[in-house]
Design a protein around this ligand. Structure first.
Ligand SMILES: [Zn+2]
Ligand SMILES: [Zn+2]
Length: 108
């Protein structure tokens, strides 16, 4: 009962946006605009990492059980982690902006 997941507002260190807590029952761990995250956890949600590096979005993948996930890579230590895309909340993730900016040529 005392375990509270992290869901607080913060200022994005990459683009400076004010990121509000999600309202869909999950928790916010990345910026909805530039999709950057921060290396705060050793294990998801524990906030125990000493790294504190910015985590850059490098890909978006689809998991049949969990849905779309953003693949983040820490710019300081190279750690890779997946985070669920935030949807149905007050600030939906701008994943299409990200996908378009990647200019992949997988399909026309
Ligand atoms: Zn941002
Ligand atoms: Zn790191």
């Amino acid at each position: 009962m005392s375990k509270k997941r992290e869901n607080t507002a913060f200022i994005c260190e990459q683009c400076g946006a004010t990121v509000k807590p999600v309202t869909n029952g999950s928790y916010r761990n990345h910026c909805p605009y530039c999709l950057y995250s921060k290396h705060l956890d050793d294990k998801p949600g524990d906030r125990k990492s000493a790294c504190q590096g910015l985590m850059m979005p490098i890909d978006i993948v689809y998991n049949p059980k969990k849905g779309y996930q953003i693949v983040h890579q820490c710019v300081s230590c190279g750690h890779i982690r997946r985070n669920l895309v935030a949807t149905n909340t007050i600030q939906d993730d701008h994943i299409f902006t990200f996908l378009n900016s990647r200019k992949t040529h997988t399909k026309q």
